[in-house]
Design a protein around this ligand. Structure first.
Ligand code: ADP
Ligand code: MG
Length: 747
């Protein structure tokens, strides 16, 4: 068997770790032959001769001003377009670049340990959404790696920490302040060596860079106050200050003050003390603290219950961070620094060699998922607060199980109960355990034919969320009551990948689902008030006359089958803006129902149709009556003329039919039995349907579809019209979803 490794695929540096079989401890693997460090710069160099170099070589080339070096591409993971162009103008996506880098890491590591790597756990930031996670997985597969799992960086850091400091019933707050992001995660060391991520929150516009900017601003203020120099408008000086700020900030970590010589200002210099810097950045720190408060509140945990704080990320080296957290903890709890360059990769290596807590958490359909997450967290806390935190002991790797949590709530775009606005309905709440699944029922207008599902990440209003995917469910059966119940299930597999399934009413089969691209305009319409698809005024309704031959030859099964087919036909138009009429024709004509939108009346009219009611022969034709009844209508007009033989006065019939054609009445001749096809064609404007009595139903169905009943154009306005289940509706039945993908095969 080959080796399983953990890979920290970082923005600036990447690292590989494994469990040394001799010591059973995680160790770093040198993944860059040209670096003495155990880390590899996340950079790729496309050289002019066509060869590609990664890591330290690429970083050095970049520093020497070579062209063709790609770096910091991790930020673009999950976006589809190229984020980098080679000197030849060839575009590369972040995924392609990551695949090249991962292949390099794999090959270097294999060379170093002299064994093939056959599986890897790769880490991603907790805030990574579905797309960038999927993209990371796909990059690794392109690099020839078998992906065991994709896990969150803070979970990996906590796993690594847990190995050395296992204390049953401890609650660990992982505080990760990097260069451009901040994340806080709460992890519980539960019973039976279960390491459970309880929740995570992040601010992805807050990071070391903001401290750099605050320091640059402070220097500008001091130059003005102490030296009377105004540099705000001097672009060059401002650029130099911004560029230098990171270095001065890092100096302030080591020394209590730093002397800043202002570029281009001769001997001008100011001294900044750590106190001044801390004061100028107090609010930034306070913001990270608020996010911690918020997470703890959300999970019903007090600062007093936190047993350890784990500091991850380069910016936590600033002394102000631990001081601030010590205050929050009232000095009681230990604060541990981990080596951010290694902790994540080592945690991933541990993960690659242990099992996930496999139980799939399925929420009760129709229940309050958010409340369930709360209850789960509360019961965990119950355990931890009533039992004593046991001191550390050496533990065996194989005894640990872990469970990750969902960073983002996942919702669906629905129309609210008042039908006035689009809303984000959460299906899976944030901080739900992974893997998990949850389904929700919604009313849906089955006439729409297809249902659009916009998968939202985030729990706020739609404009604060990301649309992560659009799916279209097809194969929806039209129901007699046009409103049917659709069950939409979201499930998170162990790798935080979301899966969507849809079923209709009591169906036990998933509906076919296709992924579709979407545009900003698609999304923009959700910010506007919801407009119900408007029914055109009655005078513009579609009108359909069914004229049926009731001469003697129709007696018996032909009339019975025809009436059945006609009645079924009316149901296809249920809820549509349509008027229908029924006309008998033989020696005379007679309406059993004049055109009306009340389809119940139409059906009653159909039932009244009787052979011989207007005589047993074929001396009349229906077109004068049809013309008289339909000529003033403004909507589309159709006459379906059903006959089984030849009419006596054919030329008169054709002449009258042409008057209908001139009045924009489309005539569909439907002939069966001994009907004369040439005659039927002459009276028709559109398809003539020649059929048999056994196939009458089918032929009517085809006509219904071509007239827009079912999924045709006439209904396109209703497409995507989703209706939230109204309050008075009974709770949906529990569903089994037995065909759900194999979620519990993680780790
Ligand atoms: P990321 O994970 O976002 O790529 P890191 O966790 O490596 O980033 O952290 C990078 C940040 O840490 C930068 O803003 C850098 O300035 C800051 N940093 C690194 N070392 C120090 C230090 N000694 N003092 C203060 N800030 C530091
Ligand atoms: Mg980091």
């Amino acid at each position: 068997m080959g080796i399983r490794v953990g890979i920290d695929l970082g923005t600036t540096y990447s690292a590989v770790s494994w469990i040394n079989p001799k010591t059973q401890q995680p160790e770093m693997i040198c993944s860059d032959a040209h670096s003495d460090l155990m880390i590899t710069p996340s950079e790729v160099w496309f050289r002019p001769d066509g060869s590609v170099l990664c890591g330290a070589d690429a970083k050095e080339a970049f520093e020497n001003g070579e062209v063709g070096v790609a770096n910091t591409f991790k930020r673009f993971m999950g976006t589809s377009g190229p984020c980098f162009y080679t000197a030849d103008g060839e575009g590369k996506t972040a995924e392609e670049l990551s695949a090249i880098l991962l292949r390099h890491l794999k090959e270097q590591a294999e060379r170093h340990i002299g064994q093939p790597i056959d599986g890897a756990v790769i880490t991603v930031p907790a805030y990574f959404e579905d797309e960038p996670r999927a993209s990371t997985r796909s990059a690794a597969e392109q690099a020839g790696l078998h992906v065991i799992d994709i896990i969150s960086e803070p979970t990996a850091a906590a796993l690594n920490y847990g190995m050395g400091h296992w204390r049953e019933n401890a609650l660990i707050l992982v505080y990760d302040l990097g260069g451009g992001t901040f994340d806080v995660t709460l992890v519980a060391m539960g019973k039976d060596r279960n390491l459970i991520t309880m929740g995570t929150m992040g601010d992805h516009r807050r990071g070391g860079r903001d401290w750099d900017k605050a320091l640059a601003d402070l220097i500008v203020r001091k130059l003005r106050d102490e030296l009377g120099l105004s540099v705000e408008d001097d672009l060059e000086v401002m650029n130099e200050l911004t560029a230098g700020a990171e270095e001065w900030k890092q100096k302030l970590t080591k020394s209590p003050s730093v002397r800043v010589r202002v570029p281009g200002m001769g001997a001008a210099s100011v001294t900044v003390t750590r106190e001044e810097f801390d004061e100028a950045t107090e609010d930034l720190l306070e913001q990270t603290g608020s996010l911690c408060d918020h997470l703890l509140e959300e999970l019903h945990v007090s600062w007093g219950q936190v047993t350890d704080v784990l500091l991850v990320g380069g910016s936590t080296r600033m002394p102000q961070v631990s001081r601030f957290l010590t205050e929050r903890l009232r000095g009681r709890q230990p604060i541990a620094h981990v080596n951010p360059d290694q902790a994540v990769a080592m945690g991933a290596a541990i993960c690659a060699n242990i099992a996930r807590k496999a139980d799939l958490v399925a929420f009760t359909p129709g229940g309050d998922a958010k409340e369930e997450v709360r209850r789960r967290s509360a019961s965990l806390l119950q355990q931890t607060s009533t039992s004593v935190v046991r001191p550390s002991q050496t533990i065996e790797l194989s005894s640990i199980r872990f469970q990750d949590a969902v960073a983002h709530a996942m919702g669906i775009v629905l129309v609210n109960a008042e039908e006035t606005a689009y809303v984000n309905e959460t299906i899976i709440p944030a901080n739900a355990p992974v893997p998990c699944k949850y389904s929700r029922a919604t009313l849906f207008d089955s006439r729409a034919g297809e249902m659009e599902i916009y998968v939202l990440q985030g729990s706020g209003p739609i404009d604060c969320c990301t649309v992560s995917a659009k799916y279209v469910a097809s194969g929806i059966t039209r129901t007699r009551d046009p409103l049917c119940t659709m069950h939409v299930q979201y499930s998170y597999d162990a790798g935080h990948m979301i899966h969507v399934q849809v079923r209709q009413d009591d169906g036990t089969e998933d509906l076919p689902l296709r992924k579709e691209p979407f545009t900003q305009e698609d999304i923009a319409r959700f910010m506007l008030p919801y407009e119900k698809p408007k029914a055109p005024p009655a005078s513009e309704a579609m009108a359909i006359v069914m004229a049926i031959d009731v001469s003697g030859s129709m007696d018996g099964s032909p009339i019975r089958l025809a009436k059945e087919a006609m009645e079924k036909f009316t149901y296809d138009f249920e809820g549509m803006n349509v008027a229908m009429g029924v006309l008998m024709v033989s020696n005379r004509c007679a309406w059993t129902c004049r055109p009306t939108q009340d389809l119940e009346k139409v059906r009653a009219g159909i039932r009244k149709v009787r052979v011989g009611a207007t005589g047993g022969g074929n001396t009349d034709n229906p077109f004068r009556d049809i013309l008289a009844e339909l000529r003033h209508r403004r909507g589309p007009k159709y006459a379906i003329v059903l006959a089984d033989g030849a009419w006596l006065y054919q030329s008169k019939a054709i002449e009258d039919a042409r008057k209908c054609h001139a009045a924009k009445i489309d005539v569909i001749g439907m002939g069966f039995g001994d009907a004369d096809e040439a005659f039927m064609r002459a009276i028709s404007t559109v398809d003539t349907v020649m059929t048999t009595d056994a196939q009458l139903g089918l032929s009517f169905g085809k006509i219904a579809r071509s007239l827009g009943a079912g999924s045709g154009a006439a209904l396109s306005t209703a497409r995507g019209g989703l209706f939230q289940r109204k309050k008075q509706d009974a709770a949906p039945k529990a569903r089994s979803w037995e065909t759900v993908m194999e979620l519990d095969k993680g780790g």
